[in-house]
Design a binder for this molecule. Structure first.
Ligand code: CA
Length: 228
C-alpha cells in the first residue's frame, strides 16, 4: 500500500537481527523503510531518502549515533528517535546538545516502537493548526515558524523542546504538572523523568530566558510571566 501519505522511516542499526524486526513491523504498519548499518551510511541515506523520522541506534561502529544525530540536527528538524541499550544514557539522549525527540531502550517491544513512531510523527505534522505565537517578557515562541528567541536572539530548539516551551508559554504564569507537559512528549509510554530531562535541556538552550522556567515543587513547571 504505497501512497503519497506513506511515511518514510530510516532505521539506523548495525545489528541485522534488530533491524530486520524493526523494518518488518514498520512495513507491516504501512511505513516505507530504509536501513543503514553504520553512521556514514545513515548520513548518506538521510540525504537521499529524506525520511520523515529516523530510528537511530546509539552504539554504531565508526561514527556514533550521537555524532549522527548532531550532524543531522544541525541541518534538519526531522524527528529522531534514539535507540539505546543504556538506560542511564537517557538524560543525555532526550537532553542536552542532542535534540532527540524520543528514545527507546533495548530490549524493546517492536509494537511499542511503532506506536511511538506514530506518536512522534503525529506531533511533528501539525499542519492544520491555527497560528500559534506567544510573547512572554523577552521570550518569543513561534510554533508555526518553529522558532524561538530570547531578547531577540534566536535559540535553537528541537521540535519537542519547542512544543514544551509553547505549552508553558500558552499557560504563562500558571503551573503545569509534569503530567500535563507529558502530553507534549508522548502517548503514555514516556515517564515523568523525561519531562525533567527535557526541561533541564530547554533551560540551558534558552540562555538568559532559561531562568524564566520555574520549578513548582510538588507540581511541575511554570513559565514566569514577567520581564527581567
Ligand atoms: Ca548497535
Amino acid at each position: 500500500m504505497s501512497s503519497v501519505a506513506q511515511k518514510r522511516i530510516l532505521v539506523v542499526e548495525d545489528e541485522a537481527r534488530i533491524a530486520d524486526i524493526l523494518e518488518r513491523y514498520l512495513r507491516a504498519e504501512g511505513f516505507a523503510t530504509e536501513r543503514a548499518s553504520n553512521g556514514k551510511q545513515a548520513l548518506e541515506l538521510w540525504r537521499a531518502f529524506q525520511p520523515d523520522l529516523i530510528l537511530l541506534d546509539l552504539m554504531l561502529p565508526e561514527i556514533s549515533g550521537l555524532e549522527v544525530a548532531r550532524t543531522i540536527r544541525a541541518k534538519s528538524e526531522v524527528p529522531i528517535m534514539m535507540v539505546t541499550a543504556k538506560a542511564d544514557e537517557v538524560d543525555r539522549l532526550v537532553g542536552l546538545e542532542l535534540g532527540a525527540d524520543d528514545y527507546v531502550t533495548k530490549p524493546f517491544s517492536p509494537r511499542e516502537v511503532v506506536a511511538r513512531v506514530r506518536a512522534v510523527l503525529r506531533r511533528s505534522s501539525g499542519s492544520s493548526k491555527p497560528v500559534q505565537r506567544w510573547r512572554v517578557g523577552p521570550l518569543e515562541v513561534d510554533l508555526d515558524a518553529f522558532e524561538a528567541s530570547c531578547g531577540g536572539a534566536p535559540v535553537s530548539l528541537s521540535p519537542t523542546q519547542l512544543r514544551l516551551l509553547a505549552r508553558l508559554a500558552a499557560a504563562a504564569g500558571r503551573a503545569l504538572s509534569r503530567h500535563e507537559l507529558l502530553d507534549e512528549l508522548g502517548d503514555g509510554f514516556v515517564d515523568e523523568r523525561t519531562v525533567d530531562a527535557h526541561i533541564k535541556n530547554l533551560r540551558r538552550r534558552l540562555g538568559p530566558c532559561g531562568e524564566m522556567i520555574e520549578t513548582v515543587r510538588g507540581v511541575g513547571y511554570r513559565l514566569r510571566d514577567s520581564s527581567f
